[in-house]
Design a protein around this ligand. Structure first.
Ligand SMILES: [Zn+2]
Ligand SMILES: [Zn+2]
Length: 367
């Protein structure tokens, strides 16, 4: 093993490309700049990313509207929390990765590993969790250091452009689908679900035997939703009453599950359950802090046995499970690939809500 490691040294540059936020806050912009390549510590790996996904949370982090301390508090200028690449340097203590292995970086790069939450697969809630792209440089930066224990191995057979958005979007919605406890055959609605997390949800729900319905607008989101397994697409601009349309599709009764990935959809989330008893409303998309209240008449909870529940991002085991769906061919490419130099344009498009599925940026393609 030693000899293999020694013969596969990688040339590591001093500087690498990174999408960097300037003017952090409501009027932020992103520029591609050259930044220093970080040095891994003894327990870390250095990953050369091939792809990073662009996630709506990145926009909120750059805007600084999530009620968290801004990125600059931590000296971080590059957001991003879903990246896939290869290991180009390993720290002296690292045993679970070797040079040339494929690795993914997730929304959380490390946890304490020993608290009661870490021990029961609630590690993403660990008080010591380190959030990538907020507390440490994110996946908009090509060369990234990650604690080896928390990085995700990427199995062969999954293209990097598919693996990258699994790190946040697919594993996040996988967690929510699992925690919803909904069974095969359940009608599940994704309001505003034409974006990255929603489309991954459609694919995974379908794979789990559920019956996805997407409520969103526009031809590209309609096409992608149906292609990825939605049984129906309700265009909320063309339809007078989206909830009524969904209830009609869901056997005239209503949805068993509502997965809110787009914050604006919290306003109407309860309406999709109709008269379904025992339905679940799952909160996933992060609204700007203090802008949204979700709830309804307590009678709805009582007479309909309604549950409203939230889930955060996926844990290591959620990510491994989502990667396994991809390996089995059940998660497809949902992204448009941009060259690194067009990352700012991709961010702008995402900020305007114009992205169907995901934009994934290729660091090796400059254009
Ligand atoms: Zn994300
Ligand atoms: Zn912990």
């Amino acid at each position: 093993m030693g000899s293999i490691t020694e013969t596969r040294q990688f040339d590591i540059p001093k500087l690498c490309k990174a999408g960097v936020v300037v003017n952090e806050g409501p009027d932020f912009q992103v520029e591609v700049q050259m930044v220093p390549v970080p040095e891994p510590g003894p327990d870390d790996i250095l990953v050369r990313l091939k792809f990073t996904g662009l996630c709506s949370s990145d926009i909120h982090l750059m805007q600084g509207d999530l009620g968290m301390p801004p990125m600059s508090t931590f000296g971080v200028r590059s957001p991003g929390h879903e990246g896939a690449g290869i290991v180009v340097k390993v720290g002296a203590n690292v045993k679970n990765f070797k040079l040339g292995d494929r690795a993914g970086v997730k929304p959380i790069v490390d946890t304490c590993g020993t608290c009661s939450l870490c021990l029961v697969d609630k590690e993403t809630y660990c008080k010591a969790a380190i959030h990538s792209g907020l507390m440490t440089a994110g996946t908009y930066q090509q060369y990234l250091v990650s604690p080896a224990r928390y990085a995700s191995p990427i199995p062969d057979g999954i293209p990097d452009e598919v693996a990258a958005p699994i790190m946040c979007s697919a594993s996040t919605i996988y967690r929510s689908l699992v925690e919803s406890n909904l069974r095969a055959g359940s009608w599940v609605v994704f309001p505003g679900g034409g974006g990255g997390v929603g489309i991954q949800g459609v694919q995974l729900a379908k794979a789990m035997g559920m019956r996805p319905i997407v409520v969103d607008t526009g031809a590209s989101k309609r096409e992608l939703s149906l292609k990825m397994g939605a049984e129906a697409f309700v265009d909320f601009v063309e339809t007078d009453d989206s909830a009524k349309a969904v209830i009609e599709i869901a056997d005239g009764v209503g949805a068993h599950g509502v997965f809110v990935t787009a914050p604006a959809a919290y306003k109407t989330a309860v309406s999709f359950i109709g008269n379904r008893v025992g339905s679940m409303i799952m909160c996933i998309g992060l609204p700007p802090a203090g802008t949204m209240i979700l709830g309804t008449d307590p009678c709805e909870f009582i007479f309909k046995n309604l549950t409203i529940k939230g889930t955060l991002v996926g844990s290591r085991s959620d990510t491994a499970a989502a990667l396994d769906y991809a390996k089995r061919g059940m998660l497809h490419q949902i992204c448009e690939v941009y060259p690194i130099n067009r990352l700012p344009e991709g961010v702008e498009k995402l900020r305007k809500g114009q992205v169907a599925g995901r934009i994934v940026v290729n660091f090796d393609w400059e254009e």
